[in-house]
Design a protein around this ligand. Structure first.
Ligand code: CS2
Ligand code: MN
Length: 356
C-alpha cells in the first residue's frame, strides 16, 4: 500500500508540505482545487501549480479528492451533458500531471453529516460526532446551521455555504430522485467518463455514503456490500472503482469491512482507514485508529488489505483533535491523531510484511 495524506493546499491548510513529508511512510499528498465548486472548469495552470508544489517536496500528486459532481448530473437534468463534458476535461488535464486516482461521491445535497464537530471525548480531546435523534427528528436547515456554525471561518468540502443557501430549491429538485433514479443517473455519468479514464489511465474511486443510511428522505446508494456489488456492475471496468472508507461504512455494524475488502479488493483504488465508536442507541463518535478504541477492527481491515496484496493508495481518514489543535485545524483534519493513525496502520502492515 502507498501511504498518503490529505492536504487542503497552500494558504488553506495549517499543516504544511514540510510537516507532511516528515511523517514516516507518506509518499503523496491527496489534493484538490478546494475553491472550485462542482461543475467549474479546472484550469491547467492551477493544476500544474499544485503538482509542482508537491513534486518540489518529493510528494506524489497521484490522488485527487475530490472532483465534485454537479447536482444536475445526480438529478439527471438535460444540462448534465455540459457538466459531464467539463468533468471529462478535468480528468484529461489531471492525467497530464500524473494523477492516477480521482475520489468523488454521489451523495445528494449533503456530503458527510455530523451533529457536533467538537464532541468532548472525556480525555480533553474532541472529535466529530453523530447524534441520531438530532438528524432523524430535525430539519435539514438545522443540521446545516449546526455544521456551518461549528466550522466558523473554515471552508469544508461538501458544506459550501453558497450552495446550501438554496436548500429548499435543492430539495425540490431532488423530489423525484429515488434510489433507482439516482443509480440510473450514476450509470449515465459512468458510461460517459469511464472510456476516457481507460484512455488516460486514471481510475475513478467512488466514496461511500457517510453515514451509511438515507437522511432527510434523500436516497443513498453506496452504503452496503449489496450496493457496492451493484455499483461495480454498472460499468464493469477496473477504472470504475472504489474508495473504501471504513469510517463511513463502519457506523452500520452489519457492514463486514474485512469481507468487503476481500471481495472487492481488485476494485479498491483508495483506502480510507478510520475508526468510529458506535453506541447502543446508534450514535457514533470518531475514535483513535486503534482497534480496541472503536467498533472498526482496524487490525483485521489492514490484514485483509495485506491478504489481497493491496497496492493502492491509503490515507488515515479523519482524526480526533488533540492537544488543543481544534483551535486551528479543520474539523477531522488535525495533524496529531492522523499522524498517529499512519503509524498504527504502518505498524500492522510492517508486522505482516516483516520488512524490518
Ligand atoms: C471525506 C469526504 O472528509 C471526509 O469525510 O472523506 O468529504 C470525501 O472527500 C468525499 O465524500 C469524497 O468526495
Ligand atoms: Mn472517507
Amino acid at each position: 500500500m502507498q501511504m498518503t495524506w490529505r492536504w487542503y493546499g497552500e494558504g488553506n491548510d495549517d499543516i504544511t508540505l514540510d510537516h507532511i513529508r516528515q511523517i514516516p511512510g507518506v509518499m503523496g499528498a491527496v489534493w484538490s482545487l478546494h475553491d472550485k465548486v462542482a461543475g467549474e472548469v479546472w484550469e491547467m495552470e492551477r493544476i500544474q501549480e499544485v503538482a509542482d508544489q508537491l513534486k518540489a517536496k518529493g510528494l506524489s500528486p497521484a490522488v485527487v479528492e475530490s472532483v465534485n459532481v454537479h447536482d444536475d448530473i445526480k438529478i439527471g437534468l438535460d444540462t448534465r451533458d455540459g457538466y459531464i463534458d467539463t468533468y471529462i476535461d478535468t480528468i484529461r488535464k489531471l492525467a497530464k500531471v500524473g494523477v492516477k486516482v480521482i475520489c468523488y461521491n454521489f451523495m445528494p445535497i449533503f456530503d458527510w453529516t455530523r451533529t457536533d464537530l467538537y464532541k468532548e471525548a472525556g480525555d480533553g480531546s474532541n472529535a466529530l460526532f453523530y447524534q441520531k435523534n438530532l438528524v432523524d427528528g430535525a430539519t435539514p436547515q438545522s443540521v446545516v446551521d449546526r455544521i456551518l456554525e461549528g466550522a466558523g471561518e473554515k471552508t469544508m468540502p461538501g458544506w459550501e455555504p453558497e450552495r446550501l443557501a438554496h436548500l429548499e430549491n435543492l430539495f425540490t429538485a431532488y423530489k423525484d430522485v429515488d434510489e433507482d433514479k439516482l443509480t440510473e443517473n450514476l450509470k449515465y455519468f459512468l458510461e460517459r467518463i469511464i472510456p476516457v479514464c481507460e484512455e488516460e489511465d486514471v481510475k475513478m474511486a467512488i466514496h461511500p455514503d457517510d453515514p451509511p443510511w438515507p437522511i432527510f428522505g434523500l436516497p443513498r446508494i453506496i452504503r452496503s456490500r449489496e450496493h457496492i456489488a451493484k455499483f461495480l456492475k454498472l460499468v464493469d471496468s477496473p477504472y470504475n472503482g472504489l474508495t473504501l472508507c471504513t469510517g463511513s461504512l463502519g457506523p452500520n455494524l452489519d457492514n463486514d469491512l474485512p469481507g468487503m475488502i476481500r471481495e472487492f479488493g481488485d476494485r479498491i483504488h483508495f483506502a480510507h482507514i478510520r475508526n468510529v465508536r458506535v453506541m447502543e442507541n446508534g450514535d457514533f463518535i470518531e475514535s483513535s485508529h486503534r482497534a480496541c478504541d472503536g467498533s472498526v477492527d482496524v487490525v483485521e481491515v489492514v490484514k485483509a488489505y495485506h491478504d489481497v496484496g493491496f497496492k493502492g493508495y491509503v490515507r488515515p481518514d479523519h482524526g480526533r483533535h488533540l492537544w488543543g489543535e481544534e483551535k486551528t485545524c479543520r474539523p477531522g483534519y488535525g495533524l496529531y491523531d492522523r499522524a498517529l493513525g499512519v503509524m498504527y496502520i504502518l505498524g500492522i502492515w510492517d508486522t505482516l510484511e516483516k520488512k524490518y
